[in-house]
Structure formats: C-alpha cells, structure tokens
Design a protein around this ligand. Structure first.
Ligand SMILES: [Fe+2]
Length: 449
C-alpha cells in the first residue's frame, strides 16, 4: 500500500501524539514548538496550547543541566539517558531520564531539539527502598551475636554473616560455595544422617548441641527450613559458641563441690570438738546423723531437707561445749544442779549456731531436740506442732542412739531397749509417724547402727 506524503505525515503525527512517553520539540532557544499528550500530562497541563511557547528551562530543577545538554549537543547529534529532575506545573518534582536529539538545517546548523523523557521517579524510589532494605538486612545479619549460615539444597553455603566467619576462623569469601558438611564436620562426603533431609520431609526446625572436634569448640546449633519451593529449599543455621558457658558451668560446679566439701568438713570438725571433751559419747553425733537421715528419707522428705537433718544430727549437741567435763564424764547419778547444767546445752547450741546462715533451720532444731510432744521436754516445754518436724525426727534418733550406746553411768542397753522406749513414748513424747518409720527401718535392719 502506497501512502501519500500527507497520509504518511498523518500516520507519524498519530504515533507521536499517542505514544505513552512524553515527547517534545523545541526551537534552538528551548521554547516548546510541539508536545504530545503524554508530555502535556507529565508537565501537569490540560491543553497543548498551554505548553507551546513556554521554555524548557523553567521546568528544570537544575537549569545548569540544560546548559550541559546544549553544550554537548553542539559537539554531537544526541545526548542519551541524561538523568535530571523536572518540576511540574504544581511544583512536584519528578526524576527523569532525558534523551535529546538535535534538529539541523541543510547546512548542519542547529535549529531546534527533539526530546523524549522517561519518568523514573517511582522506579528510583523502589530501587532506593530495595537498596535500603538490603543494606538494613545485611547490617542486621552482620551485627547478630550468633554465627548465621544459609545453605542451599545442594548443601553449598550461600551466605554467612561476619560472626560465622569468625567462629570458623575463615575469610567470608572463602566459605561461600563450600559444602556445609566439609566446613562443619570436616568431612569430604555428605553426612549419612542429614538433618536437612528430615526438615525437607516435615518442615519446622531442629536444635542441638554439637562439639566440633576439628575446631575444638562446642556449639548450640539451631536449624530451620526457610523456603520450600521445588528444588529451591534453603536452610538457615544459627551457631552459638557455648564453650565459655560450659567452662563457666564446669567451674561453678567445681567451686560448689569444694564449698560443700569445706562445709561438711567444718561441720564435722565442730561436732568432733565437742565430742573430744566427752569420750563416752564419741561418735554420738555421727550416729544420730545417720539415723535421722534414714528416718527422713523413709518419710519421703526431699533431698535438701534430708541433707539439713543430716547436719542437725552432727551439730545438735554442740551446746555441750559449755558443760563442765566433770559433769559430762560423771559415772554416778547427776545431782539436780548438774542436770540443770546439762539442760542448758540446747540454748547454748542455739546461741552458737543462730548467726550462721545455714539453708536449713539448724539452730532451731538444736534448740528443740529435747522438747517432747506432751510438753514435758526442755528448754521451753513446747508441745505438738510447736516442735518443728526436723526436731521431732532428731529427738527420736537421739534417744535411740543414746539408749543403744554406752554411757559413763551405765553400759549400752541395746537397740531393742531403744525401740521399746520409743514405742512407749509413741504419740506421747515422740511423733508417732517418726516412731513408726524408725521401727520399720529397725525391722528391716536398715537403721544404720
Ligand atoms: Fe542433746
């Protein structure tokens, strides 16, 4: 089909007018001669006539950019992809890419310019947002206190943060692309049991502690599946170095152990100190300690309480330190006054122990271990529940041991007699439950004496 010159002109005018990109023609001084609809709209006008006759310079945010374009166009036919800012009629500023071509007469003299622009404001904004988000993500990734590694389904390391590279004493660039099994486990083949397989099957995450022998470090590792698209799964591993923590934990355990040892040693030394003055009752504290401990366990008391009762057994007679040796070792019946001396030992013991901060009521038990259920005991004549449970246990253990053993004023009476004594006093002098437990232990030959 042959078009006439006029038809061809019409065709190109239609294309020019309807093209969605702003296109304009100016004279050599920059006054608009022609603009298409997209250009009119871009500049913020409604009619072609409103734009024609205006100068492009008034739309430049940086007029020197226009001068640079014109200067360059004196040397060449076009300036392409020039980025600048244009101000629209309502004052809003848009970021654009300009391409300007010269229009020359037959002699080559510039008579005007043709331009096309692309509004890249939204694209640039989006780009900046993406760049900022990427920067923010990278900074967050690198500022984490844990080592983070992202591994693909092909088991190759895709990404790591700074801490991760430090944990593995490596250069970040060297680690990318390395197989995870080679870096983590120092192996040259994938692991037979790989947690990645499990996660691919059921999703979720896994947490475990692992000592890496080739690094001599222990890590707390967590691992999650972060994408499950076909053939594009990735796994994020978080590594926390717990070597120092384990070391501290071990040191703490060791120092606790030493502290407990010293505490037991001091307690025993205190008990021995008293018993040295009274050779007839030597070992009384240790035996009461064993009986009390067994009864407490039999009663189902917790580990901590049992330990407290054991200590009470050792220290309950510490107040006897203030009783004259002659009275302690007297082989004949005590006078009333001498007995009064003896009866002071729970209070003296309490005074000695009350300012030591034990985790158990040692001072109270020492004070109450001669109290009896019906109020006939000493020093305060407490009754029933006024006497704490630990003291009720100790009272039974103390009597059983004393009757079973030799005393300066009489030979050992034996455990059978001791059992009869507590049976008689059951519910009257001694706690019935404690008595029952003690008898049960005796019948099973488990009293420890
Ligand atoms: Fe006593």
């Amino acid at each position: 089909m042959n078009l006439t010159l006029s038809e061809t002109e019409d065709k190109y005018r239609r294309i020019f007018t309807r093209l969605p990109y702003p296109i304009f023609v100016t004279d050599r001084k920059g006054f608009f001669i022609d603009v298409n609809i997209a250009c009119i709209e871009f500049l913020g006008y409604h009619n072609r006539e409103d734009v024609i006759g205006k100068n492009v310079i008034e739309f430049y945010v940086n007029p020197e950019h226009r001068d640079r374009i014109v200067a360059e166009l004196k040397k060449k036919t076009d300036v392409r992809w020039f980025e600048t800012f244009l101000k629209r009629r309502d004052g809003t500023v848009r970021e654009v890419v300009l391409s300007i071509y010269t229009l020359r007469d037959k002699k080559g003299k510039i008579i005007g310019y043709e331009g096309i622009l692309d509004d890249i404001t939204d694209i640039r904004k989006m780009q900046r947002e993406i760049e900022n988000a990427a920067k923010e993500w990278r900074e967050t990734f690198d500022s984490m206190i844990d080592g983070v590694m992202i591994v693909g389904e092909d088991k190759k390391i895709k990404r790591i943060n700074k801490v991760f590279a430090e944990l593995f004493n490596s250069n970040p660039k060297e680690l990318i692309g390395k197989p995870c099994y080679s870096l983590i486990f120092g192996k040259d083949k994938p692991c037979t049991v790989c947690p990645q397989k499990r996660l691919l099957e059921r999703g979720g995450s896994e947490i475990w502690d692992e000592h890496l022998y080739h690094l001599n470090k222990t890590f707390h590792i967590s691992m999650s599946l972060i994408r499950r698209e076909a053939k594009n799964a990735q796994f994020v591993y978080v590594f926390r170095d717990i070597e120092e923590f384990l070391d501290t934990k071990l040191k703490l355990k060791k120092s606790q152990f030493l502290l407990n040892q010293s505490f037991r040693g001091i307690t025993l030394a205190m008990a021995k100190l008293v018993e040295q003055r009274d050779p007839y009752t030597s070992g009384h504290g240790e035996r009461v300690s064993v009986i009390s401990e067994r009864i407490a366990k039999e009663m189902g008391l917790g580990e901590e309480n049992v330990e407290g009762i054991r200590i009470c057994g050792l220290l309950h007679d510490i107040g006897k330190i203030s009783v004259p040796v002659e009275i302690l070792n007297k082989s004949t019946k005590l006078t009333e006054l001498e007995f009064k001396f003896i009866k002071l030992h729970p209070v003296t013991g309490y005074e000695i122990l009350k300012n030591i901060r034990f985790p158990w009521p040692i001072a109270e038990v020492t004070l109450q271990h001669h109290e009896r259920l019906n109020g006939s005991g000493y020093p305060h004549g407490l009754k029933g529940n006024e006497i704490i449970m630990e003291a009720r246990i100790l009272a039974v253990a103390d009597v059983v041991e004393a009757i079973s053993s030799h005393r300066p004023y009489r030979p050992a009476l034996g455990t059978e007699v001791a059992m009869d004594e507590i049976k008689k006093g059951r519910g009257l002098l001694y706690d019935p439950d404690v008595v029952d437990r003690c008898l049960s232990l005796y019948q099973r030959d488990a009293l420890g004496i």
